[in-house]
Design a protein around this ligand. Structure first.
Ligand code: N01
Length: 538
């Protein structure tokens, strides 16, 4: 060990982030007897569920699969109150987990990791924080989330606006009183939908700035009583198994029937049944052709357009809210509750920013090509620099000092989203080219990735080795496989954060692996079973 390294606090592993992945990773590595410290920029645990405090934030996965499986006690003790819990409940759950497993003692809060540098001579990482501290660790695990770097469009005149501006992912902890205010919301993705439907009847006036209309599915969200919880609890062992063997890590999966095998009436009936489930079942539990076949996608899209249109009073407003420029499911489909009814209200105005683009922010509000909209509060529900945004904003330097941001400048490359060649002993969760990056019930995929990383670290240590690194060949093979599958789908034809097109200058590339969470898990298991094939150790 060189002098600089030996003067630093020595750890076996550093975990960055205390969300779903970070908490579990901290727990599993500690269970193996490693000295671990987690760093978290927030003042509490929860990640996404800590930061995104906007009104109406709620999970789109059913609570009974949006949880950890590793502890029977935890599964027995935690009681979900409804099918799709609000943000506060999920945050409480993660706090419960942190307390139950005494995780806080090894989490340094209010601390952002700013840099991580690999030292080839010691085969260790030096991790630096914004508190000016540095640590030396053999292993580095990034639990930094895929949607954790918020994006605010650089409208001219931003600083001139005299009202309050907020991004949904940086919502103040103490809340914001919207009552009696003229509020604007920019963005109608999963976040915008939840904000709009929640605040429409609270504010004096709401102006929604929509660039792209989204397909949505109405959420069915029954409350759970003890009997329901007991019934679900009895299914937990089967559900734990089930979610690992489906395309998107949910309990439902694509049906066996092909769209073309059904009569038009049968198709309608099947779609209606899936629709009535009030979940993402309609999207990723229905017909797999929705992702591959343009004609079938159009039939399914038509069904959804009709469901949307029939709820909107003013046909002109409906024309704007019904998506026509992309196929259903080629971007994230939000669940909604009385979203369209919000636009039937007299105090809600929909502004189509494709027809009348936003030109600038003014002292009083937003200036579009058609005029000025006066606002007291402007909410940016404008999304994130997904997948790569957070990783490339940390000064991560691998072998030969190569900055990760530069390594990805000519194109993202990862080995199964778990490692990058040139960055030994650094592991990632929810990173590009894994299903966790977008096409997965996130806890399913994060637990699978954390388990794989834990086993891999265990392997390195048990063999008396110091490092493990994906080979360039294995990486190139995975990237080619990822791209090949991505290009078989309709997704690259649609602009969205899935493709990185929401970030100026980001080359369009499907961020998430579309081969299926089940197929991906098997591929990861195979790598392990073959003694970490495609990785070199030293
Ligand atoms: O972000 P988004 P999000 N002018 O990127 C618009 C997860 N999530 O925060 O579509 C005008 O989807 C942009 O317009 P367009 C979930 O995975 C989960 O909503 O690019 N508009 C779009 O409407 C989700 O997919 C849950 O044309 C501008 C919006 O801003 C992911 O987070 C809840 C603009 C951004 O939508 C991200 O969702 C919430 C501009 N200059 C989120 N720039 C649940 O599980 C951007 N927009 C429930």
């Amino acid at each position: 060990m060189n002098q600089v390294q030996s003067s630093l606090q020595q750890l076996d592993a550093v975990v960055v982030g205390a969300g779903f992945a970070g908490l579990y990773q901290l727990h599993t590595l500690r269970e193996q007897g490693l000295s671990v410290r987690a760093f978290e920029a927030g003042s509490g645990v929860g990640g996404t569920w800590y930061w995104n405090r906007y009104p109406g934030a709620r999970v789109d996965s059913q609570s009974y699969i949006y949880q950890y499986w590793f502890s029977d006690d935890l599964l027995k003790e935690w009681n979900w109150s409804e099918r799709f819990p609000a943000r506060e409940e999920t945050e409480r759950y993660l706090n419960f987990v942190a307390d139950k497993f005494d995780l806080r003692e090894d989490i340094q809060f209010n601390t952002r990791v700013t840099a991580a540098t690999y030292d080839e001579s010691t085969q260790r990482w030096t991790v630096t924080t914004d508190k000016g501290e540095s640590f030396s660790a053999q292993f580095l695990v990034m639990g930094t989330g895929g949607l954790s770097t918020p994006m605010v469009p650089p409208f001219p005149g931003h600083d001139t606006f005299k009202g309050l501006t907020l991004h949904t992912a940086h919502w103040p902890k103490e809340g914001v009183d919207l009552k009696g205010k003229r509020v604007g919301v920019i963005g109608t993705g999963a976040t915008g939908v939840q904000v709009i439907q929640t605040i429409a009847d609270q504010v004096k006036h709401l102006t929604v700035f929509q660039r792209t209309a989204n397909y949505t599915i109405p959420m069915l969200n029954p409350k759970y009583d003890d009997a329901m919880r007991a019934s679900l609890r009895a299914q937990y062992p089967a559900l734990k198994e089930r979610v690992q063997n489906t395309f998107a890590g949910f309990d439902y999966d694509f049906g066996d029937k092909n769209f073309h095998d059904l009569t038009p009436e049968e198709r309608q009936r099947t779609m209606q049944t899936l629709w009535d489930d009030g979940s993402l079942n309609f999207w990723i539990g229905g017909f797999k052709e929705v992702f591959f076949d343009e004609a079938i996608n159009e039939e399914i899209s038509k069904f959804v357009r009709q469901r949307i249109r029939e709820r909107i009073k003013d046909p002109k407003v409906a024309d704007k809210l019904v998506p026509t420029d992309h196929g259903f499911g080629t971007r994230r489909v939000p669940l909604e509750t009385l979203y369209y009814e919000a636009f039937n209200r007299d105090n809600v105005l929909l502004v189509d920013t494709k027809a009348t683009p936003i030109e600038r922010m003014t002292e009083k509000g937003i200036q579009t090509s058609a005029g000025e909209h006066e606002l007291d509060i402007l909410i940016f529900a404008t999304g994130f620099d997904a997948g790569t945004g957070t990783l490339t904003r940390i000064d991560i330097r691998g072998r030969d000092g190569l900055l990760l941001k530069d390594a990805w400048a000519d194109g993202i490359r990862t080995t199964m989203g778990l490692q990058v060649h040139g960055y030994p002993n650094m592991f990632m969760t929810m990173a590009p080219f894994s299903p966790a990056a977008a096409f997965c019930n996130v806890p399913t995929c994060l637990q699978q990735q954390v388990d794989w990383i834990t086993d891999c670290i265990q392997f390195v240590r048990s063999q008396g080795l110091k490092s493990i690194e994906a080979t360039a060949e294995a990486e190139a093979k995975w990237v080619a496989h990822h791209d090949e599958l991505a290009n078989l789908t309709l997704i690259p034809k649609t602009k969205s954060w899935y493709m990185g097109t929401n970030v100026k200058g980001k080359p369009p590339r499907l961020l998430a692996y579309v081969g299926g969470a089940n197929v991906y898990r098997q591929a990861c298991d195979d790598v392990k079973a073959r003694g970490y094939e495609g990785f070199t150790t030293a």
